[in-house]
Design a protein around this ligand. Structure first.
Ligand code: NCC
Length: 277
């Protein structure tokens, strides 16, 4: 096989995973009372007016970046888990449109998902991988962390909230896309990180995504998060999630120059033209 035949744009692979939120009409939820908890709205109601999006990783090297103002200029700003903005505005901005949260954050008492202000007045996309190849029925009883209980509490407390569950099958399809990209190099048999899931969820809605401090810049400082003092390089390079492969794939999709990526810490990913895929 020639090289030409084997090459397929990474952004197309990510789009084809079709990362999505569950809807009321999706079987088996169309027949289950639980499915009526899903919001009727779309994930992004004003889809047509979205031009630029920013994804803010939680990386320690955002500390001192002064990227806050740049981040806040985007139409949509995505953040992860319980990553705060308060007290860090200069570096990470203050606007939050959507939070992608993992099922530990929904479940563990210390995050107080149903009441903490950080999870209010933003769109929530919560995910749990379940087991590879499980059906959605299985997932309801076999999630890694039972996110359903607190999701229900949250939705009943705030019926107007925009809190969605990510289709776990689509998370595993994204893992498969990552494996196709990695080729013969083996990747971890664990789901992608919230960061990569967030990118795949956002890209279909956004012509241009600026992913901040995902591929590490020269500010790399060994810290896990910008909001804590914990030192742990595994947060950046991965131990459980196939994080290094995700970042190589994201870099493969990048359209910005090296100065932007490695000095400023901004990766620019364009939604691929349908003709390209
Ligand atoms: O740390 P976490 O990730 O919340 O970070 C969100 C996303 O930012 C990117 N990141 C983070 C740190 C870093 N140094 N470099 C990065 O690129 C990653 O893309 C990451 O996904 C998660 O993905 O949900 C994760 O969640 C934490 C943890 O559960 C939550 O923060 C709640 O405490 C996981 N850590 C542990 O379970 C100990 C982490 O593995 C993945």
């Amino acid at each position: 096989d020639s090289f030409e035949e084997q090459y397929y744009p990474s952004a197309c692979l990510v789009m084809e995973a079709g990362v999505r939120v569950l809807k009321r009409k999706d079987p088996p939820f169309d027949k289950l009372a639980f499915g009526r908890l899903f919001p009727r709205q779309k994930l992004f109601p004003n889809a047509k007016s979205i031009k630029t999006c920013a994804i803010v990783s939680s990386a320690g090297s955002l500390a001192g970046s002064k990227l806050g103002r740049f981040i806040d200029t985007h139409d949509i700003v995505m953040r992860f888990n319980h990553a705060p903005t308060r007290g860090h505005e200069a570096d990470v901005g203050s606007k939050t449109t959507i939070r992608v949260v993992n099922s530990q954050v929904v479940t563990k008492p210390e995050f107080d998902f149903a009441h903490a202000p950080i999870f209010q007045n933003v769109t929530i996309a919560a995910w749990d991988p379940g087991r590879y190849n499980d059906t959605l029925e299985d997932w309801l009883t076999s999630a890694d962390y039972d996110l359903f209980t607190n999701y229900e509490i949250y939705r009943r407390l705030y019926p107007k909230s925009r809190a969605f569950l990510i289709d776990p099958h689509s998370v595993w399809r994204l893992w498969q896309s990552l494996q196709i990209f990695a080729g013969t190099r083996a990747i971890r048999r664990n789901p992608p990180s919230s960061g990569f899931i967030g990118l795949a969820l956002l890209l279909p809605h956004c012509a241009q995504v600026d992913f901040v401090e995902y591929v590490p810049s020269t500010r790399l400082n060994g810290r896990c998060h910008y909001y804590s003092k914990e030192m742990n390089s595994a947060c950046t390079f991965g131990s459980w999630h196939p994080l290094a492969a995700e970042k190589l794939m994201a870099l493969d999709m990048n359209a910005a120059d090296d100065m932007s990526v490695f000095q400023f810490g901004i990766l620019r990913i364009r939604r691929p033209d349908q003709l390209l895929c």
